[in-house]
Write a protein that binds this ligand. Structure first.
Ligand code: BMA
Length: 249
C-alpha cells in the first residue's frame, strides 16, 4: 500500500477571502495548514495561525519557520492583497508603495523564505487578478502589482523547476470577499452594496460574482499532484469576464 505524505501548507493572507477559503479546502483535503495574516481568523479551528505583516521580511521568515516546525513545506499560497483606487497621477507615492509592498513585494518575500524550505519539492500558487491582463479605470497601483505577480510566477517557475517546485498563478474575476465588499461599499454605499455586487456580477458571462470557494478549488487543484505537469502559467478563474468584447452588433 502506498502511504501518501500529509501535505504541509502555508497560506499568506489566509484569514479571510480567497486565502481563507483555500485554507479550508486544503484542510478538508487532509493537509496541515498554517496561515500567516495580519489579523487572526474569526474561527481558527484546525488551523495554525501566525501574525504576520507581509511587508516585514523578518515576520515573513518567522511564518515560514512556524510552518516547518513539523516538517518541510509542500505548498505555498500567496493571497495577501489590498486594492486602492486612483490613476497614476492621483495615486500618492506612499499609497503606490503600500499596494506594491502588500500585493507583490510580500509575494517575493514569502517565496524567498519558503522555497529553501521546500526540500522535497512542492508547489506555489500566487493569487493575481484578471486586472493583470485587462483593467478597469483607476486601479493603476493594484493592476501593476498584479502584473508583477504574473512575471514573478514565470521567473520562479523557470528558476525552481530543477528543485521540483511548480509555480502557477490564478487570475480571479470579481469574487465575494471582504476586499471586494469594501470596494462595493465605496462605490455603491452601504445600502447599495448588494446591488453593486450584483451589477458587477452581471459583467461576467456567468452573470454573478464568484464565491471564494470557487477560486480555492482551482488553487487546491494547481497545488495537487493532479496538476503535476502544470507550471509557469496563469489561469483565469473569471466566469468568462475577459472572454467578451464590449462590442454590440
Ligand atoms: C479583482 C478586483 C475586483 C474586480 C475584479 C474584476 O482583482 O480588482 O475589485 O471587480 O478584479 O475586475
Amino acid at each position: 500500500m502506498q502511504i501518501t505524505q500529509r501535505k504541509n501548507a502555508l497560506v499568506f493572507g489566509g484569514a479571510s477571502g480567497i486565502g481563507w477559503a483555500t485554507s479550508q479546502t486544503l484542510l478538508d483535503q487532509g493537509a496541515q495548514v498554517t496561515i500567516a495574516d495580519l489579523r487572526r481568523p474569526t474561527e481558527p479551528g484546525r488551523l495554525r495561525y501566525i501574525a504576520c505583516d507581509v511587508r516585514d521580511a523578518n515576520q515573513v521568515c518567522e511564518a515560514v519557520k512556524k510552518a516547518i516546525e513539523r516538517g518541510p513545506l509542500d505548498w505555498l499560497v500567496y493571497s495577501a492583497g489590498i486594492q486602492h483606487y486612483g490613476s497614476v497621477v492621483d495615486t500618492p507615492i506612499e499609497e503606490y508603495d503600500f499596494v506594491q509592498q502588500v500585493n507583490a513585494r510580500g509575494a517575493f518575500l514569502a517565496c524567498r523564505s519558503a522555497i529553501p524550505a521546500m526540500t522535497r519539492g512542492g508547489a506555489i500558487v500566487l493569487v493575481s487578478s484578471v486586472q493583470a491582463l485587462a483593467c478597469q479605470e483607476g486601479v493603476a497601483a493594484y493592476a501593476a502589482s498584479k502584473g508583477t505577480l504574473e512575471a514573478l510566477t514565470r521567473a520562479m517557475a523557470v528558476d525552481h523547476a530543477k528543485d521540483r517546485i511548480r509555480v502557477n498563478a490564478v487570475l480571479p474575476g470579481t469574487v465575494d470577499t471582504p476586499m471586494v465588499r469594501s470596494s462595493a461599499e465605496r462605490f455603491g454605499g452601504r445600502d447599495g452594496l448588494e446591488q453593486t455586487l450584483e451589477q458587477w456580477g452581471g459583467n461576467h458571462l456567468l452573470g454573478r460574482v464568484a464565491h471564494a470557494s470557487e477560486i480555492a478549488r482551482v488553487i487546491a487543484f494547481l497545488l495537487s499532484d493532479a496538476a503535476s505537469f502544470m507550471t509557469g502559467a496563469s489561469y483565469r478563474v473569471d466566469g468568462g469576464l475577459l472572454s467578451q468584447l464590449p462590442v454590440r452588433l
